[in-house]
Design a protein around this ligand. Structure first.
Ligand SMILES: Cc1cc2nc3c(=O)[nH]c(=O)nc-3n(C[C@H](O)[C@H](O)[C@H](O)COP(=O)(O)O)c2cc1C
Length: 202
């Protein structure tokens, strides 16, 4: 069991199902100890051949956060183009780097390490969003990232300023915001993805 900030015990499963990508945040900083805890969770993730090819930059400096914000493409399905209001921006970011882009398992490592970060954040009541629609050249420049490292992704972090809801997917994967700005996220149903004992075509 994981005990969150409100002293609520969360099973790993509950943490998994309650996590949603959060793109609107409260203007409240995350303590460095918690940010370090997120990286520690990433450090301990499974790794192909245990090569551990990932490194992380934790950013909470206000100026650098605003520079990173300007490189991000938010919620591509929301039209017209949308981004969080100034007061709803993430308060921290984690930049996920690899020192071996040729490593054939590196993307699996990223997935596993990133999910550890997201779930640990969720257990602390912190919202997160993986971002791959980013301007890597710009981020490299202002964070002084050496050419020997590939920038895989950015994880936006902050205390939650929204609570998206899951919908049963009908005919589109596209999430949407309703008139109250609540984000609705379609997910395929269990019966559509599960096959018992043998592959069943339905
Ligand atoms: C590899 C990957 C890249 C993503 N890139 C972006 C992105 O650039 N911008 C964004 O707003 N969300 C991004 N997301 C978040 C997805 O849109 C989100 O995970 C998806 O809509 C499902 O919602 P959920 O995370 O709440 O389950 C990304 C997610 C993944 C796994």
């Amino acid at each position: 069991m994981i005990v969150n900030k409100k002293n609520i015990c969360m099973s790993v499963y509950n943490t998994i199902i309650s996590r949603r990508s959060i793109r609107r945040f409260k203007n409240k900083p995350i303590k460095i100890e918690i940010l370090k805890k997120l990286i520690n969770a990433a450090r301990l993730a499974p790794s192909g051949a245990n090569l551990q090819v990932l490194e992380y930059i934790v950013v909470f400096d206000k100026y650098l956060c605003s520079k990173i914000f300007d490189t991000i493409g938010w919620a591509g399905y929301i039209k017209p183009t949308w981004k969080p209001f100034e007061e709803e921006r993430p308060t921290s970011y984690i930049i996920v780097l690899t020192n071996d882009i040729e490593n054939k398992y590196y993307l699996r490592d990223v997935g596993l390490a990133t999910e550890n970060i997201l779930l640990t954040a969720e257990s602390e009541n912190i919202g997160s969003c993986i971002l791959c629609n980013i301007n890597r050249d710009e981020i490299r420049k202002f964070l002084d990232i050496s050419d020997s490292l590939y920038i895989d992704s950015v994880i936006a972090l902050g205390y939650k300023g929204e609570q998206p809801v899951i919908e049963n997917m009908k005919d589109s994967v596209e999430y949407w915001r309703d008139e109250n700005k609540v984000l609705h996220v379609p997910k395929r149903s269990l019966k559509d993805i599960i096959h018992i004992n043998k592959f069943s075509k339905t």
